[in-house]
Design a binder for this molecule. Structure first.
Ligand code: B12
Ligand code: SF4
Length: 473
C-alpha cells in the first residue's frame, strides 16, 4: 500500500518549528519503520506549512492516510480527515489526542488507534489492505524490546528535519495532574534494550539528537542505574552526538550520572519546576517537587557544575496564581540560574485528571470543539482560574512576552551559562534555544498585539519583569 502519514498543526500554534528548528515527528518515523518494506510510506509534516497537504492528497498517490495529532492539531486533523473521506481515501488516526478522546475522534475518521501502536500497526495495515479496517484498535503499554525504533533517515515529502529524535524509554511515575504521559504511557518506566538504542543512535545521520523520553533519569536508584549503564555504553560505543532530553529535578543531585551524561554528549535537560508555590505543586500532585522545593538551587547548581544546562519549565495560571505571581515566577526562575526559561499557561488537556475536574466544575470555557482544540497551545488561558481572570492573566503574560521578545538579554545569558558550566558547546546550545524563544515571543506578541493593545500596566509588576530580564544579563 501507499500510505501518507500526516502531522497536522494548529493554525495559531506557538510552534517550535517557527523558531528555526525542525524537529521530527518521531511517532510517524516509528510507524514508517514498523510498516516494513512492503509498504511505501510518505510523511507530510505540517510544521513545514499546510499549503501543500491537500494537493498531495489529491493526486491519487495514496491508498491510506494515517493522521497523528496533539490536541491542538485535532481541528486541522478532522478537516483533513473530511477532505480524504470525501475522496474515498480511508483514514486512521492515532496519537495523544486520539488516545485521550477516542469517541470524539471516531466521528471524523474511519478508524481510531488508541495508545501505543508499534506492534498493532502491521495488523492495521493488513486490515486496511483487505478493506476491513476496524473502527478501533487499542494498543497497550508493551515491553519495548524490538519496538520504538524509528526510520531515522526518513524525511517528509514537504520539508527537511534538521535534528534527530530518538526514544530510550517511555512512561513516568510522577503522575502530574496536568500531564497526559502517565495515562498514555503508564507509571512504569519501560526501557528499550541498550543494544537497540545504540544501533539506532549510530544510524542517525544528524549531529544533534532530541532524546524524547518522558523522564530520562527517572526517580529512583534502579532508574538511575539503568540510565548510567546506557550513558556508559553511549560513551563506549555511540557515535559522537550532542543531545538534549527531559528529566525530573532529582537528576541534579547525582553527580556521577551528570558527569556521564555530559561525557555522552548531553548539553541540556528540560526539567519541570512548574512553580515555587508548594501548594500549587500539591494541587498538581507533583510530590517529587514538593519534596525537592527547598533544593531547587542545589539541583540547578549540580547540573551546571557538570556542564549541563537547565531548560526550566514553569506553569502559570494555577488556582493559587495572581497577576503578581506571574512576574514573580519569571524573576525567581532567573534568580535560580535556569538557562532557558519556558513559561506556559496552565492548560487542562483532555485525558488528564485536571481536565476532568475543571470540566466537571464548569470552568473550561474554550469548549466549542473541535474548533477550540486549536486554542490548547499553552499560550492562552482556556479556563477560569480562582484568583485572577483569564483575561488579566493573559495580559500579564503578554507583558512578559514583550520583554522576552527583546533579544538583548540572549547574549548575556549565553555568557552566564558559559561561566556557570564552563562548556562552550552548552553555551552555544543555550544561545540557540534562547534566540529561538526570543523569536517565538516576538511572533506571538505580533499575533496578539491587537488583543492586548491597551492593557493596564502595573508599575511594580513591570519593574519585576524588567528586573528578571536585567538579571539574565
Ligand atoms: C517530543 C515531544 C515534543 C516535541 C515534539 C516533537 C515532534 N515533532 O513531535 C516538542 C518539544 C516540539 C513538543 C512540543 C509540545 N508538546 Co510535546 N511531547 C513530546 C513527548 C515528550 C514525546 C513525543 C514522542 O515523540 N513520543 C514517541 C512516539 C513514538 O510516540 P507517539 O508520537 O505518541 O506515537 C505513538 C502512538 O501515539 C501511536 N500513534 C501516534 N500517531 C499515530 C498515528 C497513527 C495513524 C497510528 C495508527 C498510531 C499513532 O503510535 C506511535 C507508536 O506507538 C510527548 C510525551 C509522550 N510520551 O508522548 C509530549 C506530548 C506529546 N506533548 C504535549 C504537549 C502538550 C506539547 C506542547 C503543547 C507543550 C508546550 N509546552 O508548548 C508543545 C506543542 C507542540 C506544537 N504542536 O507546536 C502533550 C500532548 C498532549 C495532547 N493531548 O496534546 C504530550 C503528550 C506531553 C504531555 N504533557 O502530556 N513536544
Ligand atoms: S514529571 Fe513530567 S512527564 Fe512525568 S508526569 Fe509530570 S509532567 Fe508528565
Amino acid at each position: 500500500m501507499r500510505i501518507a502519514l500526516i502531522n497536522p498543526t494548529a493554525r495559531r500554534t506557538q510552534g517550535y518549528h517557527k523558531v528555526g528548528s525542525f524537529i521530527p515527528h518521531l511517532g510517524l518515523q516509528v510507524l514508517a519503520r514498523a510498516a516494513g518494506s512492503e509498504h511505501q510510506v510518505d510523511v507530510i509534516d505540517e510544521i513545514f506549512g499546510q499549503d501543500r497537504t491537500e494537493s498531495l492528497l489529491s493526486e491519487g498517490r495514496y491508498d491510506l492516510v494515517g493522521l497523528t495529532a496533539y490536541t491542538s492539531g485535532a481541528t486541522r486533523a478532522y478537516e483533513l480527515a473530511g477532505f480524504c473521506r470525501s475522496r474515498g481515501l480511508p483514514v486512521v488516526m492515532g496519537g495523544a489526542h486520539a488516545s485521550a478522546v477516542p469517541d470524539e475522534v471516531a466521528r471524523y475518521v474511519d478508524s481510531v488507534a488508541v495508545g501505543e501502536c508499534d506492534n498493532l500497526w502491521t495488523d492495521i495495515l493488513a486490515d486496511a489492505a483487505a478493506g476491513r479496517l476496524q473502527p478501533r484498535y487499542v494498543g497497550g503499554q508493551p515491553d519495548l524490546a524490538g519496538l520504538g525504533r524509528a526510520q531515522q533517515s526518513l524525511q517528509p515529502v514537504n520539508g527537511r528535519y534538521d535534528v534527530a529524535c530518538l526514544q530510550t524509554s517511555r512512561g513516568c511515575p510522577v503522575g502530574c495532574d496536568f500531564c497526559s504521559v502517565t495515562r498514555l504511557s503508564g507509571p512504569q518506566i519501560r526501557r528499550r534494550p541498550i543494544d537497540e538504542i545504540i544501533e539506532e543512535w549510530n544510524e542517525t545521520p544528524r549531529k544533534f539528537i532530541f532524546v524524547v523520553d518522558d523522564n530520562f533519569f527517572g526517580v529512583g536508584q534502579a532508574h538511575a542505574e539503568w540510565a548510567k549503564q546506557l550513558l556508559t555504553e553511549i560513551i563506549r560505543r555511540g557515535k559522537k552526538r550532542l543531545w538534549f532530553s527531559q528529566t525530573s529535578i532529582n537528576m541534579g543531585g547525582d553527580e556521577e550520572g551528570l558527569k556521564l551524561a555530559y561525557r555522552a554528549g548531553c548539553r541540556g535537560m528540560l526539567v519541570g519546576f512548574e512553580t515555587f508555590n508548594v501548594d500549587s505543586l500539591r494541587d498538581y500532585h507533583k510530590g517529587l517537587n514538593v519534596k525537592m522545593l527547598d533544593r531547587y538551587q542545589e539541583m540547578v547548581d549540580g547540573f551546571h557544575r557538570c556542564g549541563i544546562a537547565v531548560f526550566g519549565g514553569f506553569i502559570v495560571g494555577s488556582d493559587r496564581d495572581t497577576e503578581e505571581t506571574v512576574a514573580d515566577t519569571a524573576l525567581q526562575a532567573v534568580r535560580l540560574g535556569v538557562d532557558i526559561v519556558q513559561i506556559t499557561n496552565l492548560t487542562p488537556l483532555p485525558g488528564t485528571r485536571m481536565y476532568d475536574r475543571l470540566m466537571g466544575e464548569g470552568r473550561i470555557f474554550a469548549r466549542n470543539y473541535p474548533e477550540d482544540w486549536e486554542r490548547y497551545t499553552f499560550v492562552e488561558t482556556i479556563y477560569n482560574p480562582n484568583n485572577v481572570s483569564a483575561r488579566r492573566l493573559d495580559e500579564t503574560i503578554f507583558e512578559l512576552r514583550q520583554a522576552a521578545a527583546e533579544p538583548a538579554w540572549v547574549w548575556k545569558r549565553t555568557l552566564k551559562t558559559f561561566l556557570q558550566t564552563r562548556s562552550l558547546t552548552t553555551a552555544l546550545f543555550v544561545h540557540g534555544m534562547n534566540r529561538g524563544w526570543a523569536r517565538m515571543a516576538k511572533l506571538q506578541v505580533a499575533a496578539d498585539a491587537d488583543r492586548f493593545r491597551d492593557i493596564p500596566r502595573c508599575p511594580q509588576r513591570s519593574e519585576k519583569i524588567r528586573r528578571s530580564f536585567a538579571l539574565r544579563s
